[in-house]
Design a protein around this ligand. Structure first.
Ligand SMILES: Cc1ncc(COP(=O)(O)O)c(C=O)c1O
Length: 313
């Protein structure tokens, strides 16, 4: 479904009409993929809209820009304030917030220093990503495509160009009848899904690949790690061989889009007889309790959006 336009988009410090947020086809980003972005969820809580870990997302955007030598004239807190104000103005909740930094219209050559930098923030209505994922679990495959090799495309930067690799993983998975693909890194160790981090449970311990295995430093990944510590569930960041997925007691994805989604089979080998396992269930229970506002926000993960009128989709 095409994205449903909202009223405003934030561009370089100003709110402009949705239709005016356009680019020239000869912009640097169109030719060379020079964009950095974030994806953030704003939840509809009983007390009103609340944005999940918005400070951490704004920081990751600034970190991505730093890696690519892009100077952003807005501070982390200015970006956060812009997102809060955008959600308030557009009155869409729940929603997905998409900050974007891109190299715009300047010279056409590869040298990015010759093009201006633009910062945009849009928000729009968005539901569940991996379909029926969070309640039933999804069927996934190991992709024939590897994740980005170290020292080629930096995976700690959330860059648009990285998602050319994600698109290959996703298309292959869908073409073969799976919901998602899991990529291995160039050394054959488990890395991540096309747009999610991965966790494996075996004999009561939760495992996830370390940042060195070409993964994005997911904010939801960090939330799962913190929840495991809090719940007293042992968690180890270590390299994971592919076959560990086949003998795992539980496997699940984490991500802004996927939230916490159970995996019920990998390469048609079933995980826990296709049922969501107890550790995944308790992490989902804690996570959804916090984001939906039915449990206390004990980690201070939510930033409320002040609204003086009801927000609707
Ligand atoms: C490649 C990739 N890995 C992991 C994630 C999960 O990161 P986060 O939890 O910050 O959304 C995402 C989604 O942004 C992603 O695109």
């Amino acid at each position: 479904m095409p994205v449903k336009p909202t009223e405003k988009i934030w561009r370089n410090g100003e709110f402009i009409p949705w239709e005016d947020a356009t680019l020239h086809v000869m912009s640097h980003v169109v030719n060379y993929g020079s964009a950095l972005f974030e994806g953030i969820r704003c939840y509809a809580q009983p007390k009103g809209p609340a944005i999940f870990r918005v400070h951490e997302h704004a920081q990751r955007l600034l970190d991505s820009a730093k890696i690519y030598r892009i100077e952003i004239e807005y501070s982390r807190e200015e970006l956060v304030a812009a997102m809060v104000e955008l959600v308030r103005l557009n009155r869409i909740c729940p929603c997905y917030i998409r900050p974007l930094v891109l190299r715009g219209y300047g010279e056409v050559g590869v040298n990015p220093f010759k093009s201006p930098t633009d910062v945009y923030i849009a928000n729009y209505e968005w539901g569940r990503y991996l379909g029926h994922g969070s309640t039933e679990g999804v069927d996934v495959c190991i992709s024939s495509w590897n994740r980005l090799a170290p020292n080629t495309m930096p995976t700690l930067a959330k860059a648009g160009a990285n998602y050319m690799n994600s698109q290959l993983i996703k298309m292959e998975a869908i073409t073969n009848g799976y919901v998602e693909g899991i990529a291995l890194d160039v050394n054959g160790y488990v890395s991540e899904g096309s747009g999610e981090n991965l966790f494996v449970v075996r004999q009561g311990t939760v495992y996830t690949p370390p940042l060195g295995n070409s993964v994005l430093a997911g904010i939801t990944r960090d939330s799962v790690i913190k929840l495991c510590h809090d719940l007293g569930i042992p968690l180890v960041e270590q390299m994971i061989p592919r076959e560990m997925l086949y003998i795992a007691d539980e496997v699940f994805f984490s991500g802004t889009a996927a939230e916490i989604t159970a995996i019920r089979s990998v390469d048609k080998i079933s995980v826990n007889r296709g049922l969501t396992g107890p550790i995944t269930k308790s992490l989902q229970h804690e996570f959804f309790g916090i984001v939906n506002g039915t449990g206390p926000d004990r980690f201070n993960w939510l930033t409320p959006v002040p609204v003086n009128q009801p927000v609707g989709v």
